[in-house]
Write a protein that binds this ligand. Structure first.
Ligand SMILES: *[C@@H]1O[C@H](CO)[C@@H](O)[C@H](O)[C@H]1NC(C)=O
Ligand SMILES: *[C@@H]1O[C@H](CO)[C@@H](O)[C@H](O)[C@H]1NC(C)=O
Ligand SMILES: *[C@@H]1O[C@H](CO)[C@@H](O)[C@H](O)[C@H]1NC(C)=O
Ligand SMILES: *[C@@H]1O[C@H](CO)[C@@H](O)[C@H](O)[C@H]1NC(C)=O
Length: 291
C-alpha cells in the first residue's frame, strides 16, 4: 500500500517537475517586448471598499499566488503609460498578478500647482498614515483571501517614496521593493529598510549609491542599483514619452530588470499547490487502497 502511494507520488512529482519548470520563462526570450506609444490597457478596475484597483493577470499565468503592487506617480490614473508597464510586468518573468491601486480616488495633480500647493494636495489625497498605509492593508487582506501568498511592491516618483516606506514599515508583508525615478527618498532612509530593494534613479535624481551600499551590507547581491544617466526623471511614468524609441527601450529594461528581481524574491510559493495536491491525492489513494 505504501509502495503504491510512493509510486503515485513519484508519478505526480515527475509530471509536476515538468509543469513547474515550464513556468520559468528565460529572461532572454522576453527582453524585446515593445512598449507602445498608443496603448489600450488590457486589465480591468475592481473595487476594494471605495478604492479602485487596476488589475491585470495574463490568462496563462500559473503563479497566481504572487502579486506585484505598482504605485503610480502624482498623475494618478489620468495617463495610460503605467497601466502598460503593469500589463508588461504581468506577462514577463514567469507570471505575476499585477495591480495599480488608485489611492487618489480619481484625482490627478494639477501641472499648474506650485510646490506648496502640490504638497498640500498630496497631503490631502495621498497621506501615508491616513490613506496609503490603511489602503495597503486592505489590499493585502483582500488578495490573501484570493490565495495570494507573496507580495512585492514597485513605484514611480511619488510611488517610489511609497515603496520605500513600505519596505521600512510593512516589510513583514512584502518581500521586495523596486523604485524608479523616486521622489523625496533620501539616502538616510536606507537604514530603516528591511527587505531587498532595486534602485533606479535617473540623471535628475539623487545619487543613490550610498543607499545601495547600505542595501548591499544588508542583503548582499540580492539587491540592485542602476542609474539611467540618459533618461530624465519621470521617463517611465505617466508623462514619459513612449513615442521615443530610446525611452521605449529603457522602459523595457526597467520591466525586465524589475521582473527578474521579483521573480527571484517571490519564489517560495512555487511548489505550494503541488504539495497540497500531493497530500490530497495521498489521502484519497490511501482511502481507496484501504477501503
Ligand atoms: C503658491 O500658490 C498660492 C496660491 O494658490 C500662493 O498663496 C503661494 O504664495 C504660492 N507659493 C509659492 C511658493 O509660490
Ligand atoms: C516624443 O518623442 C518623439 C520621437 O522621438 C518626438 O518626435 C516627440 O517630439 C517627442 N515628444 C515630446 C513631447 O517631447
Ligand atoms: C529565493 O531567492 C532568494 C534570493 O535569491 C534566495 O536567497 C532563496 O534561497 C530563494 N529561495 C528559494 C526557495 O528558491
Ligand atoms: C514558504 O512557504 C511555506 C509554506 O507556505 C511557509 O511555511 C514558509 O514560512 C515560507 N517561507 C518563507 C521564507 O516565506
Amino acid at each position: 500500500m505504501i509502495l503504491i502511494n510512493y509510486l503515485i507520488l513519484f508519478v505526480i512529482s515527475t509530471s509536476c517537475a515538468k509543469t513547474c519548470n515550464a513556468v520559468f520563462v528565460p529572461h532572454e526570450c522576453i527582453k524585446n517586448r515593445a512598449i507602445a506609444a498608443n496603448y489600450t490597457p488590457r486589465g480591468h478596475v475592481l473595487y476594494i471598499g471605495n478604492l479602485p484597483v487596476y488589475e491585470f493577470e495574463d490568462e496563462n499565468n500559473q503563479r497566481t499566488n504572487r502579486l506585484l503592487l505598482g504605485v503610480y506617480d502624482i498623475y494618478g490614473f489620468a495617463y495610460q503609460n503605467l497601466k502598460q508597464v503593469i500589463d508588461e510586468m504581468a506577462v514577463q518573468s514567469g507570471g505575476f498578478k499585477v495591480i495599480l491601486p488608485d489611492f487618489f480616488r480619481g484625482e490627478s495633480t494639477n501641472p499648474e500647482f506650485n510646490a506648496t500647493e502640490r504638497q498640500q494636495w498630496l497631503q490631502r489625497v495621498g497621506d501615508w498614515d491616513s490613506i496609503v498605509r490603511p489602503d495597503l492593508l486592505s489590499i493585502l487582506e483582500y488578495y490573501k483571501t484570493k490565495g495570494v501568498m507573496e507580495f512585492g511592491i514597485f513605484g514611480f516618483c511619488w510611488g517610489g517614496k511609497v515603496a520605500t516606506l513600505t519596505a521600512t514599515h510593512l516589510s513583514e508583508e512584502f518581500k521586495a521593493a523596486g523604485i524608479v525615478h523616486p521622489s523625496a527618498v533620501t539616502n538616510e532612509e536606507a537604514v530603516g529598510v528591511n527587505i531587498p530593494m532595486y534602485l533606479m534613479p535617473t540623471r535628475n535624481d539623487l545619487d543613490m549609491m550610498p543607499f545601495y551600499e547600505v542595501l548591499q551590507a544588508k542583503f548582499g547581491s540580492n539587491c540592485g542599483h542602476r542609474r539611467f544617466d540618459d533618461m530624465i526623471h519621470g521617463f517611465a511614468g505617466a508623462r514619459g514619452n513612449f513615442s521615443d524609441p530610446l525611452v521605449q527601450q529603457r522602459v523595457n529594461e526597467v520591466i525586465s530588470t524589475l521582473g527578474a528581481f521579483f521573480d527571484r524574491n517571490l519564489n517560495n510559493s512555487t511548489n505550494f499547490a503541488p504539495n497540497i495536491l500531493h497530500i490530497f491525492l495521498v489521502t484519497i489513494t490511501s482511502f481507496w487502497v484501504l477501503g
